[in-house]
Design a protein around this ligand. Structure first.
Ligand code: IPE
Ligand code: MG
Length: 228
């Protein structure tokens, strides 16, 4: 979700006004996904590199996360949404960690959309924590292990690999998002700034996805033919 700062700057507003509008965009994208039967939505909200921002902006973002959890979790639950957070929570203040844990627990039995927020997340961090945890459980794996030994230790172990990756804000980079699972995802980049990303924009992204042929290394001819 990129472009909040520029959205605000264009309107001569402080960057934090863009982050506030960004939360509105999250709300409408979550509603859209629930309505369309999307099963997994993962939002990159705060990267392990975002701590480098000015301290006032970082603390505003933390505050915004706290307020959003306080205001939205009940509604998420009523809508059957399962809420999860991935990332290194050790740097967050206890109030935020408690809200996250309560929200995860409350919604853990829900069977609708699984909404994951990546916070203090980094794809390399994830691969390293997975490797470390795996080797603790299985010291014998130092002499070799398989993808299926490793994958269950990744933070998103409960979700299938993403079909579609969307980045807003014009940059064409993955910026350390879920590196392992993006291996075969379709990548979609849009110049729209995150606060402007609405249901029409999401429709366009999905339409683009539907045009693509996913071969997973095979040839076109090997794929099942669409029935006439
Ligand atoms: C939101 O957009 C991403 C967050 C870390 C919350 P930015 O804050 O990166 O916006 P730009 O890139 O400065 O426009
Ligand atoms: Mg940015």
């Amino acid at each position: 979700m990129d472009g909040n700062g520029r959205w605000a700057k264009r309107r001569f507003l402080p960057r934090i006004a863009g982050h506030k509008r960004g939360v509105e965009a999250v709300r409408s994208v979550v509603r859209f996904c629930t309505d369309r039967g999307v099963e997994y939505l993962t939002l990159f909200a705060f990267s392990s590199e975002n701590w480098r921002r000015p301290p006032e902006e970082v603390s505003f973002l933390m505050q915004l996360f706290i307020v959003a959890l306080q205001q939205e979790v009940k509604k998420l639950h009523e809508n059957g949404i399962r809420f999860k957070v991935i990332g290194d929570l050790s740097r967050f203040e206890p109030q935020l960690v408690n809200l996250i844990q309560d929200a995860e627990l409350l919604t853990s039995g829900n069977t609708g959309l699984t909404l994951t927020v990546a916070a203090n997340y980094g794809g390399r961090w994830d691969i390293m924590q997975a490797a470390n945890r795996m080797l603790k459980d299985h010291p014998e794996f130092v002499s070799g292990f398989s993808e299926s030994d490793f994958a269950p230790y990744l933070a998103l172990d409960y979700a299938p690999e993403p079909d579609l990756f969307i980045r807003t804000g014009g940059e064409q980079r993955i910026s350390n998002f879920v590196l392992w699972q993006l291996a075969y995802s379709e990548l979609y980049f849009t110049d729209l700034l995150w606060p402007d990303f609405d249901s029409a924009a999401l429709d366009l992204a999905i339409a683009s996805y539907q045009q693509r042929e996913r071969r997973f290394g095979r040839t076109s001819e090997q794929l099942p033919q669409p029935s006439a």
